[in-house]
Design a protein around this ligand. Structure first.
Ligand code: F6R
Length: 609
């Protein structure tokens, strides 16, 4: 999703801006650009290709400067075309006084566009961003900091912007509302970015701007005003951001590498846990867990499926009622708040706009007990929640989430145990048995990864299909949903997941010989019911591809293909089964030749609504 980098320095900043964009590349984008102050004029370069292509263009034209901004764009308003790529200039390309980049969505852009058009501005793009550039130009009073403070008052929606003016060569002004933005403080130079990772290696002295902040960056000065226009000091934190993507090593794609990293990162996530302790979720967690009667989980996409799995665990082990809501729906619906609720957000990036907004909505409804399960310790989500459990998946580069998901599951299982303990529902023997099973996860996952050759044989067949069904029951229904999501997002095969008992209520009509039906068959209390559902598929000629636990007594036969899962894993079984589905999706996509790590239309970090 969109990324911002900006700098004001006394050295050529082009390499810093481009390096920052490269560090943000993994989030997904479809165009990119950079603008610099060059000899009293504003110059820019834009590309609808990769940052490497932009870099080539910049090298060829010799674009250099001390003040500038850069951007990776993920299209919302207007196609991914060069004229829509940021930075946007105002009043026009040939006579640029203002250059601006923007993340987020301006909701009143139509109204502002009409107003600015009436004032004589000619729009070059379909973006909502160009509206802000013209607005700043129109309101410009010789002081960019003051102008931006006035201009943002006209904006409705979410934004993080960085802007500079031809008349003020050593100044970048930035502002945020609803989209993240940070400042990197340097020695006689200052930076702004949408994520601390963009500045790794450039500045580790980071200020997290707050909602409504506007910041003035000059060579030796960082001046911040808050939403009321009052001068404020914000804490400067030392942040050792990850330095971006790790090497691919022997793997063809980051997704494959990340699937294979799961034994290690689950081990890292659980490292040092010698017992179930509320404090693992932060200071004061015991008191919070004691005060709550229910749990509300808010998340999107894959993280939502982690939450859906956790519902089964928490209700069964801790006997605490759980409601799981898709964040983008929850924030807009009337719900019945209960202050004795633990609000749990789940997010790999910690930046997902819908989840952040849902969290704020829950708090506005009076639910103050908040916990996040998040993979980025420095993210907005962690800062906004009272309690946090940081998963240690490491940087996830592949757009399709894999290791972040399984580490979320491990953390959520621990949450279920902790709530059970606080409520007096976990005996010492049970605690010891669960912890033993958790510690064995890395080696159990390693055995699942060894199934790769068998899964590749299935994937070759899947690659020729356009539709697939996924079936699961109970705890494994959310895993079926996650398996279907993985397959569709990277292989573009249409896939749907159903609780197997629902098949006869409608989806059975889809089943023909052409329909592969992936079935998750753990040897649990529902296995006999599941076998009946499988018969329903076979009777209609459907082809069953079954991941069956070793002791489930399901065997290969006519139209039934079985891969045997190495061990039966009880309540933690979803963490194993999902790994085989990740491999199936990965190899199906590989066989179809798609861009596995950067599937079309998708972004890694969804910072717009
Ligand atoms: C799918 C995927 C997405 C994310 C979703 C939420 O593979 O990665 O569905 O899970 O966009 O993102 P986070 O977890 O960063 O809040």
């Amino acid at each position: 999703m969109c990324g911002i980098v900006g700098a004001v320095a006394q050295r050529n900043i082009t390499p810093i801006l481009l390096e920052g964009l490269k560090r943000l590349e993994y989030r997904g984008y479809d165009s990119c650009g950079v603008a610099l102050h060059v000899d009293g004029a504003l110059q820019r370069s834009r590309s609808t290709s990769r940052v490497a292509d932009l870099e080539k263009q910049v090298d060829e034209t010799g674009l250099k400067g001390f003040t500038g901004i850069a951007h990776t764009r993920w299209a919302t308003h207007g196609a991914p075309a060069s004229h829509n790529a940021h930075p946007h200039f105002s009043p026009s390309s040939d006579n640029a006084r203002i250059a601006l980049v923007h993340n987020g969505i301006i909701e009143n852009h139509d109204e502002l566009r009409a107003e600015l058009t009436a004032l004589g501005y000619v729009f070059q793009s379909q973006t909502d961003t160009e509206v802000i550039a013209h607005l700043v130009d129109h309101m410009y009073n010789g002081d960019l900091f003051d102008t931006v403070q006035q201009a943002v008052k006209r904006l409705h929606g979410a934004y993080a912007i960085a802007v500079f003016a031809r008349e003020e060569p050593h100044r970048v002004v930035a502002a945020r509302q609803g989209s993240p933005l940070i400042v990197g403080v340097g020695q006689g130079e200052n930076f702004v970015a949408s994520d601390a990772m963009a500045l790794a290696g450039t500045s580790d002295q980071i200020i997290y701007l707050e909602e409504g902040d506007v910041v003035d960056l000059q060579l030796g000065k960082v001046w911040i005003v808050d939403v009321n226009g009052k001068s404020v000091e914000r804490e400067v934190k030392t942040v050792h951001a990850h330095t971006g993507a790790a090497e691919l090593g022997p793997y063809r794609h980051y997704m494959q590498k990340e699937i294979f990293e799961q034994p290690r990162v689950i081990g890292d996530t659980l490292e040092g846990i010698t017992g179930v302790m509320p404090e693992l979720f932060g200071d004061g967690a015991y008191k919070v867990f004691k005060e709550i009667d229910r749990v509300l989980i808010l998340a999107c996409g894959t993280s939502y499926y982690a939450g859906s799995t956790a519902k089964y665990w928490i209700e069964s082990i801790a006997k605490v009622p759980v409601n799981v809501e898709i964040a983008s729906e929850y924030r807009y619906r009337d719900s019945v708040p209960d202050p004795r609720t633990l609000v749990v957000t789940i997010s790999q990036s910690g930046e997902t706009a819908d989840t952040l907004a849902a969290l704020k909505h829950a708090r506005a409804l009076g639910m103050e007990h908040t916990l996040t399960i998040c993979n980025v310790a420095t993210s907005a989500m962690v800062r906004e929640c009272k309690l946090a459990y940081i998963t240690r998946a490491g940087v996830e580069v592949g757009v399709a989430s894999t290791k972040a998901f399984t580490t979320q599951l491990a953390a959520l299982f621990l949450l279920a145990l902790t709530l059970a303990q606080v409520n007096g529902r976990l005996t010492d023997e049970e605690e010891a048995a669960h912890l033993k099973a958790m510690r064995h996860l890395p080696s159990a996952i390693t055995s699942v990864l060894a199934l790769e050759p068998q899964i590749i044989a299935w994937a070759d067949e899947f690659a020729r299909k356009e539709n697939a069904l996924f079936l699961g029951r109970g705890l494994h229904y959310p895993i079926a949903l996650e398996g279907a999501l993985k397959l569709k997002e990277i292989s573009y095969i249409h896939a749907e997941a159903y609780p197997a008992g629902e098949l006869k209520h409608g989806p059975l009509a889809l089943v023909t010989e052409e329909m592969p039906v992936v079935t998750i068959a753990p040897n649990d209390t529902l296995i006999e019911k599941l076998k009946s559902n499988m018969q329903e598929v076979r009777a209609r000629g459907g082809q069953l591809f079954v991941f069956a636990d070793v002791d489930s007594r399901i065997t290969s036969g006519d139209g039934v293909h079985v891969i045997r899962m190495p061990e039966h894993y009880g309540q933690l079984s979803p963490i194993l089964h999902v790994v085989s589905l990740q491999l199936l999706a990965y190899h199906s996509a590989l066989a179809r030749g798609t861009d596995v790590d950067k599937p079309r239309n998708l972004a890694k970090s969804v910072t717009v609504e």
